[in-house]
Design a protein around this ligand. Structure first.
Ligand code: NIG
Ligand code: FE
Length: 420
């Protein structure tokens, strides 16, 4: 088994407690957990409850063995390895963890975007046009789109991503959506409760029964998560609670689209259900912020959506000030936000939501991992999956400092060079 040393790293962002950056003292395998290949679960790494923090090492090196981080620390103290890469002073970061994306779809909505930029509001009504296109597509067309978008994600530094269904909205179309998503990621979300499809317009209760019954039965074997769009015009509190309860009973873990277009019950419901994440969080009152702060539910902010819909950005400073764990994700979808670029979302979080560069980088890596209940990604502590990015820049801050400039020099996934 060969080892790889990446040395001469100007800034190594580990997001790991300082002791994990110390030279390994025990026998070679003592710090490395078994490589199960499956998502880890359980307590957040680092052991401490509450939001973690950015952590980095200057003039650093990192050793990869068997697809995991085996050692990190000052380059001057790095152990020998079978192969080495000279980072030439560039920054190395954990791969981005995009915890919110809708990638199983067909068609496009460029005209809807153009109309929005000409003054029309975003109303989420366009979802139905994507539903029609998705139903009409073949599996191979959907798979090709997924392959293209997951490639875009990887080339922009995203090494873990979540993917939702939600543009099929019939039993067979939702079932094939989750099955296709599972070909590309283990983080698959069943979103049968995205909108009410046209054929159920007059019978919301019947559609909720389907989502909680036959559709769930067909989708649960391929999914890890259940999500619901809890919003005026989509699913109200009672319907959303029923969907999350049915999903949980089928072995899925809840997450919620909450408070995106206006105030509402989504965040409170997410906290009550112990959801991993409440996503969007654009319109919050003090009780919503308090509920998030006293829970393990992550607030996932999606600034690409506000950029692409001209809605107000969520108040990240208020959430961070209250002690809420914040993640950033893309929400890549053909309607409200058609970007797969985590670097863009980081730049928006810094510029438009007043997050520091360190807070934004943490939210796009470790925060995303928290939102997916993953302890093996989002950080580069010893034992983490060796998912990492080398930037063509000396510091993570360049992601926001040079917005729009391609700066991902190389990406490793589980220790294997995936792009360069
Ligand atoms: O996260 N809010 C609902 N779902 C997506 C929008 C999907 C679409 O417009 O097609 C979102 O913004
Ligand atoms: Fe979404």
């Amino acid at each position: 088994m060969s080892s790889l040393l990446i040395t001469n790293i100007g800034e190594l962002v580990t997001n790991a407690p300082p002791d994990a950056a110390a030279p390994r003292s025990g026998p070679p395998d003592s710090a490395t957990p078994p490589d199960s290949g499956a998502p880890d679960s359980g307590a957040p790494y680092g052991g401490a409850p509450g939001p973690g923090t950015f952590a980095s090492v200057a003039d650093a090196a990192l050793v990869i063995e068997a697809g995991r981080v085996a050692w990190t620390g000052p380059a001057a103290r790095a152990p020998a390895a079978d192969e080495s890469v000279d980072a030439a002073g560039r920054a190395v970061l954990p791969g981005f963890v995009d915890s919110h994306a809708h990638l199983v779809f067909a068609g496009e909505r460029g005209a809807e975007f153009a109309a929005r930029m000409a003054g029309l509001p975003y109303q989420a009504g366009g979802i139905r046009s994507t539903v029609a296109a998705t139903r009409a597509a073949t599996d191979d067309q959907l798979r090709a789109n997924l392959r293209r978008l997951s490639g875009e994600l990887l080339f922009q530094g995203t090494t873990t991503f979540e993917c939702k269904s939600g543009y099929g909205l019939t039993v067979p179309d939702e079932a094939r959506s989750v099955a296709l998503a599972a070909e590309f990621t283990p983080e698959v979300t069943y979103l049968g409760a995205h909108v009410i499809p046209p054929e159920f317009d007059r019978d919301l209760a019947a559609y909720v029964d389907l989502v909680c019954g036959a559709m769930l039965d067909a989708c649960a074997p391929h999914a890890r998560w259940v999500d619901v769009f809890c919003e005026r015009g989509a699913f109200g509190r009672d319907e959303a609670a029923a969907v999350l309860a049915a999903g949980t009973a089928a072995g899925l873990q809840p997450r919620v689209h909450a408070n995106q277009l206006g105030p509402g019950p989504g965040v409170q419901l997410a906290v009550e259900c112990a959801a991993a994440s409440a996503d969007h969080c654009t319109y919050l009152d003090d009780a919503d912020v308090d509920a998030l702060a006293s829970s393990a539910t992550v607030a996932t902010l999606l600034p690409g959506v506000e950029f692409s819909t001209r809605q107000p950005y969520p108040d990240a400073r208020r959430l961070l000030g209250a002690g809420v764990t914040v993640a950033i994700a893309t929400d890549c979808n053909p309607g409200s936000c058609f970007t797969s670029s985590m670097p863009l979302c980081i730049a928006l979080a810094v510029r438009e939501m007043r997050m520091t560069t360190q807070e934004a980088l943490w939210a796009a890596t470790a925060g995303g991992a928290r939102a997916l209940r993953r302890t093996d990604v989002g950080h580069l502590g010893v034992g983490a999956r060796a998912d990492l990015i080398m930037l063509d820049a000396p510091s993570h801050s360049y992601l926001a400092y040079r917005p729009g400039v391609p700066q991902i020099a190389a990406v490793w996934q589980a220790g294997k060079l995936a792009t360069a």
